[in-house]
Design a protein around this ligand. Structure first.
Ligand code: SF4
Length: 322
């Protein structure tokens, strides 16, 4: 079984921080099925879209589904501190827990660690999200990681996008940062205004991952690769695979069908005075909130049910008390 960031793992798979839905039910079921490492959704000190308390922003958008693949957008940095704290506190068992963060500055990173360091086994720094947040280059992120290595007692993990690897000297980056391990993801993050997106595509990912073998030979730290759950043949050659949001869809038994939606330039605001109303036959809530027809209480407006159910089964509605 693989080692990763100083830990001997009990299996060769886990869940990555590319799943931006903080569902304890998902994690605990994955651990029961044999996952040996779980990463939290990536957090930052303040959700870039959280300034107006009346509005919530979905974290999930289905762009296309067909028998040949899925394309999904998720919203990084959208989880609250309370959600991540709850997730880490409730996740038990023989599993390595990694807190994933991105930070504008070293003081932001320290503030996050002050809250979570005692709840996790290791810390992942998402380099590409840190570059977008700080509007500075990779060298700044590496400097930030080096400072965290010097001040934190936890193993540090660098997360990088696969498409940027050809532009980077990976051996130098890992040596300079002092990081203990590397996570490579094929899923691209980008930003439009204050809106952050992560693009998951089953059409792009296998091709991106195929070209990685030679590049990863440059590093002498442990490596995990973010993969999609249905590409089983390709996965056999990867020593440690951590699944992206496609695992969530498989777990919810979403079959895909055939759909195409427009790619948004921003996340649609949802007025939180509106309630999610589920009709008979509705499903696909990663938090297990949809059990029968009616108003959903305790909803965080992640948007999964609104995207995956057939039209009309789940709606946002206003309710007036008489
Ligand atoms: S009811 Fe829908 S929007 Fe609310 S948490 Fe569940 S899936 Fe997300």
């Amino acid at each position: 079984m693989p080692r990763f960031a100083k830990f001997q793992l009990s299996s060769n798979w886990g869940l990555s921080s590319d799943i931006e839905i903080a569902s304890h039910a998902l994690l605990s079921d994955a651990i029961a099925r044999g996952a040996s490492i779980i990463f939290t959704p990536t957090i930052t000190l303040k959700d870039p879209l959280s300034s107006d308390p009346i509005y919530a922003y979905a974290r999930f958008k289905l762009l296309s589904a067909s028998p040949t693949g899925l394309v999904v957008l998720t919203r990084p940095l959208g989880s609250s501190f309370e959600e991540i704290e709850n997730l880490l506190n409730r996740t038990k068992g023989d599993v390595v827990k990694v807190l994933s963060l991105a930070a504008r500055s070293l003081s932001d990173a320290h503030e996050i660690l002050n809250r979570f360091e005692n709840l996790c086994d290791a810390i992942e720094v998402d380099v590409n999200l840190t570059c977008l947040l700080s509007t500075r280059g990779v060298s700044y992120s590496i400097e930030l990681v080096r400072e965290l290595v010097a001040t934190s007692g936890k193993p540090l993990v660098l997360k990088l996008n696969a498409s940027s690897l050809n532009l980077l000297d990976l051996g130098k980056i890992t040596a300079d940062s002092g990081a203990n391990a590397l996570v490579v993801t094929p899923n691209i993050v980008y930003k439009i205004g204050k809106h952050f997106f992560r693009l998951h595509s089953s059409y792009i990912s296998p091709a991106v991952l195929m070209g990685l073998t030679e590049k990863l030979a440059e590093v002498d730290v442990d490596v995990a690769i973010v993969v999609q759950s249905w590409k089983e043949n390709l996965l056999e050659i990867i020593p440690l695979r951590v699944f992206d949001v496609s695992y969530l869809l498989s777990w919810m038994t979403f079959r895909g069908g055939s759909r195409v939606n427009e790619t948004p330039l921003s996340w649609r605001p949802i007025n939180t005075r509106l309630k999610v109303y589920a009709r008979k036959g509705a499903k696909y809530c990663p938090y297990g909130l949809i059990k029968e027809e009616g108003i959903i209480e305790g909803c965080n407006y992640c948007g999964v049910c609104l995207e995956l159910n057939d039209p009309g089964l789940v709606e946002l509605a206003t309710f007036v008390s008489l």
